[in-house]
Design a protein around this ligand. Structure first.
Ligand SMILES: *Cc1c(COP(=O)(O)O)cnc(C)c1O
Length: 418
């Protein structure tokens, strides 16, 4: 019934080849780019087909669950993350909630590194308790994570590259600790660029959650998120999967249990479905992500080194710099560069920002344009002061997401504003 264009697992294409060819069928009259299926519902020929689809959810029936354009994007993300399947959702926040709820129910517990995107901190501290799920936020180290594990811990959470501090998740030990306790490891790979800088699943992570609003979309024009899983996970000690004996989710869905539950929760039940037009824009963004992000990483490193030499600039924080506390870990886990986000201190942030002519003041990341914010009073404004400082944010900090402009023009703009 469904004729989804490609199986993401049937090739061994390199990243850039997969980015432009996955989900585009070959053949007479086929579109060269992705078509947009502006459709809410899909037809069946027979009642038997409809009954089968409602039982198994493998094809197309209603677009809250599946749409061919959204599915094409999902297959492309699966290929780029080296996973087994993906559900695309309406935003990164929707992805975070889906990933958390796919492992936890009332009475369960999450351990997370505390250097987090503000929306994730809010989800852990304010939204999970509404559902009877608790979270402990700890230092971004294996020792701290291990010490916080409880009998009811179902999930360990960290960001691959945190912003603006540039912490790098220590995937190998985090996966080991989670699995020893029968829990899963979920990594927010937003700043890892959809598998381009790192594929956490290859280091033992079970779930990769991310905002597609950032580097995937890449042009400040669309919102989205996704949750990707690998081929199998150990869910044998998680009661959400084992309760019900022969009818448990684990027995009925087998190796697909986690992926099935994520689509059921995020798309089918909560309705945080990605629109097909958004899926199209994001899939198109993925076609140039590697080109953009490799240029941005190069520029970010050059700017970080240059900023260290500029009079009036205080601390410069970028994991690609030798002095950064996570520099060695960046070398261990990241390819192609250390990301496109850096932070630096200036004596008078308001004056600095008001004098910029190329860089723009905006809260997004991963845009083709270089964007700056003052996290102390904006993105991290609601975070308690001690937690702001712990996240590497001071009243002087400027966060910069480096775009694809000529780095000469970026330096001249910054120098002028200083
Ligand atoms: C932006 C962001 C999110 C949330 O994504 P939205 O698309 O804004 O909902 C989650 N995690 C990280 C690391 C982010 O940067």
């Amino acid at each position: 019934m469904s004729d989804f264009p490609t199986d993401p697992t049937d090739t061994d294409w390199s990243y850039q080849t997969a980015a432009v060819h996955t989900s585009i069928p070959r053949g007479l009259g086929q579109t060269v780019g992705l078509p947009i299926h502006a459709a809410a519902a899909f037809q069946f020929d027979t009642l038997a087909q409809a009954q089968d689809e409602f039982q198994n959810n493998t094809g197309l029936s209603y677009a809250r669950l599946q749409n061919p354009t959204v599915r094409a994007l999902e297959d492309r993300i699966t290929a780029l993350e080296g996973g087994a399947s993906t559900v695309a959702l309406a935003s990164g926040q929707a992805a975070t909630l889906t990933a958390l709820l796919s492992a936890c129910r009332a009475g369960d517990h999450v351990v997370s590194a505390s250097s987090l995107f503000g929306g994730t901190t809010g989800m852990l501290n304010n939204i999970l308790p509404l559902m009877g799920i608790s979270a402990t936020l700890v230092d971004n180290t294996p020792d701290a994570v291990r010490a916080a594990m409880q009998d009811n811990t179902r999930l360990v959470w960290a960001e691959m590259i945190s912003n603006p501090a540039g912490d790098i998740a220590d995937l190998d030990p985090f996966a080991g600790i989670a699995h020893e306790h029968g829990a899963l490891l979920a990594i927010d790979n937003t700043c890892g660029g959809v598998g381009y800088l790192c594929r956490p699943l290859e280091y033992g992570a079970d779930i990769v959650s991310q905002s597609l609003t950032k580097w995937a979309g890449g042009h400040g024009s669309v919102m989205g998120g996704s949750v990707t899983v690998g081929a199998r996970q150990d869910l044998s000690r998680n009661p959400s999967y084992t309760d019900g004996g022969e009818n448990s989710v684990l027995k009925v869905r087998g190796d697909a249990a986690l992926a099935w539950r994520q689509r059921w929760l995020g798309a089918s039940q909560l309705g945080m479905t990605l629109a097909p037009h958004s899926a199209f824009l994001i899939a198109q963004g993925l076609e140039t992500l590697a080109l953009r992000l490799s240029r941005e990483c190069e520029s970010a490193l050059e700017l970080a080194r240059w900023l260290q030499t500029q009079p009036g600039v205080g601390k410069v924080s970028y994991p690609g710099l030798e002095g950064h506390p996570f520099h060695d870990q960046a070398g261990r886990y990241l390819r192609h560069g250390s990301g496109a986000v850096l932070a630096f201190e200036v004596p008078d942030p308001a004056a600095f920002l008001s004098r910029l002519r190329v860089l723009r003041i905006a809260p997004n990341l991963g845009d083709v344009r270089t964007l700056v914010v003052h996290p102390w009073t904006t993105t991290h404004g609601r975070v308690p002061e001690a937690a702001r400082l712990a996240a590497g944010v001071t009243p002087q900090t400027i966060r910069m997401s480096v775009g694809v402009e000529d780095v000469k023009d970026l330096k001249a703009d910054i120098a002028g504003a200083l």
